[in-house]
Design a protein around this ligand. Structure first.
Ligand code: PHE
Length: 454
């Protein structure tokens, strides 16, 4: 029997909402992806552009998604059917479900690497190794045809298992204890990293901007990453918003989540770049950056053995609370739009995404000769989803909220459990009506070459 007709679940407490949304936002995006793309795109200037996008585009779109979700109580696709019946707006939801497939396929692979690093840490696998040996340890792992595939499947299985039980149970407890632990571990790493010889070059790289280094690719990546890291543009927060009750203060939720996410990304940057320079690693190393940098730090610090186990355990759990939010987008869609049960939708979605994930993993090794636009399958999934689908989804979500849903309804929805002063509401409407869509359009057009700035 379908469980579709039962009363819809809601988050049980104010903290539960923030916990789930922050659990979704904080993940591999902050600790794995942010440092590596900041490295690829030249450092500080990229960081500042990214922070600008978070403020001007990320925050208003996050609030938009929560408003759309809570007022419709539907999945990413169904929400638009409820709010704008008979219009094409619902296709934004399809785009989001598609993005969820692509993102989770490579996300599971990276989470699998993190699991492997838990086991390497336990076996003391980094001691007495030179930076070069640590680098080759990583490339041997990701190129292997079996281990990373198996670990990706383990991770996807865990994601599916949690989603079957229901997203909310457990997340609240996790966030309350483990997120602060993650912050403590990161601060410990920052202290060690900053005190290494040669650390200053890393801090300069991260904080002293040279805007002449920016090009269209960097700006698009900064935009895409603002969406990726805040879990925006594909309906994750529409879906989670649909489980939020009317008493919740949406504005406060948005601010807490954004602050937590941004602080954790910056801490990750401070933990990594000084070490990158101190150990002579190239900041442009790519997706392996944290895996080839941090082990060098761990094996030099007091208590490094325990630190490194804890770090990779927490990283894996942070990945899990994000991956369940990605899978939930697809599951809620299957469940509500095709009248399937939670169990069967989860099994189906997990299997399909895992298959794509296998291709992502193999594209690091035996399938590496096959590329499209010069990108491996792994990079392609990442690039298309983060740099194209999320910004396009975000553009339409902003336009929908600003022009279609409108000020009155926004005000009424936000006023439930919260407040937005007249001036703040006007600012929000201005951002979603004009700034977000125009900025996203300019960045995308610049990339395809229709507009030329850089
Ligand atoms: N925000 C998550 C992270 O930073 C990834 C994510 C992207 C989650 C899109 C949901 C939707 O790791």
């Amino acid at each position: 029997m379908s469980d579709n007709n039962q009363a819809r679940d809601t988050f049980s407490s104010k903290f539960g909402v923030i916990a789930a949304a922050a659990g979704s936002a904080v993940g591999l995006g902050n600790i794995w992806k942010f440092p590596y793309i900041t490295g690829v795109h030249g450092g500080a200037a990229f960081l500042f552009v990214y922070l600008g996008f978070i403020l001007a585009i990320g925050i208003p779109i996050m609030l938009s998604e929560l408003i759309i979700g809570r007022s419709s109580k539907r999945n990413a696709f169904g929400a638009f059917k409820v709010l704008a019946p008979g219009t094409p707006w619902r296709y934004i939801g399809i785009l989001g479900v598609g993005a969820a497939f692509l993102i989770l396929s490579f996300y599971g692979v990276v989470a699998g690497w993190s699991i492997q690093y838990i086991s390497l840490s336990i076996q003391n696998g980094f001691t007495n190794k030179s930076p070069e040996q640590i680098t080759s340890l990583f490339s041997t792992l990701i190129e292997s045809p079996i281990k990373p595939v198996a670990l990706q499947l383990v991770f996807m299985f865990a994601t599916g298992a949690i989603v079957i039980v229901g997203v909310k149970k457990g997340i609240e407890k996790y966030t309350k204890i483990l997120m602060p632990m993650l912050v403590v571990i990161l601060i410990g790493l920052c202290i060690k990293s900053v005190s290494l010889d040669g650390a200053k070059a890393g801090l300069d790289f991260l904080f002293k901007p040279d805007f002449s280094k920016l090009n269209g690719d960097a700006i698009l990546s900064a935009l895409g990453h603002a969406f990726f890291t805040l879990s925006l543009g594909m309906g994750t927060l529409i879906t989670y918003g649909s489980y939020i009750n009317k008493e919740n203060n949406l504005v406060r939720t948005v601010i807490s989540v954004t602050v937590a996410d941004t602080v954790i990304a910056i801490l990750a940057g401070i933990a990594i770049f000084p070490a990158v320079f101190a150990f002579g690693i190239a900041p442009t190393e790519g997706p392996g950056l944290i895996f080839v940098t941090l082990p060098n730090v761990f094996h030099q610090m007091p208590g490094g053995f325990a630190f490194s186990i804890l770090f990779f355990v927490l990283l894996t759990i942070a990945a899990l609370t994000s991956s369940i939010s990605i899978l939930e987008v697809v599951v809620a869609y299957f469940k509500e739009e095709f009248n399937m049960g939670r169990k069967s939708s989860t099994v189906l979605a997990t299997i399909l995404i895992s298959m794509l994930g296998i291709l992502c993993s193999l594209s690091m090794g035996i399938l590496s000769p096959y590329t499209l636009f010069g990108l491996s399958f792994f990079d392609l999934m990442d690039w298309i989803s983060a740099n194209l689908m999320l910004p396009v989804g975000g553009l339409f979500i902003a336009v929908f909220t600003g022009w279609f849903y409108g000020r009155k309804k926004v005000q009424a929805e936000v006023a439930n459990g919260g407040n937005l002063s007249g001036a703040m509401l006007s600012l929000f409407m201005f951002l979603v009506k004009f700034i977000a869509p125009i900025a996203i359009a300019i960045v995308l057009l610049n990339k395809i070459g229709l507009l030329k700035f850089s």
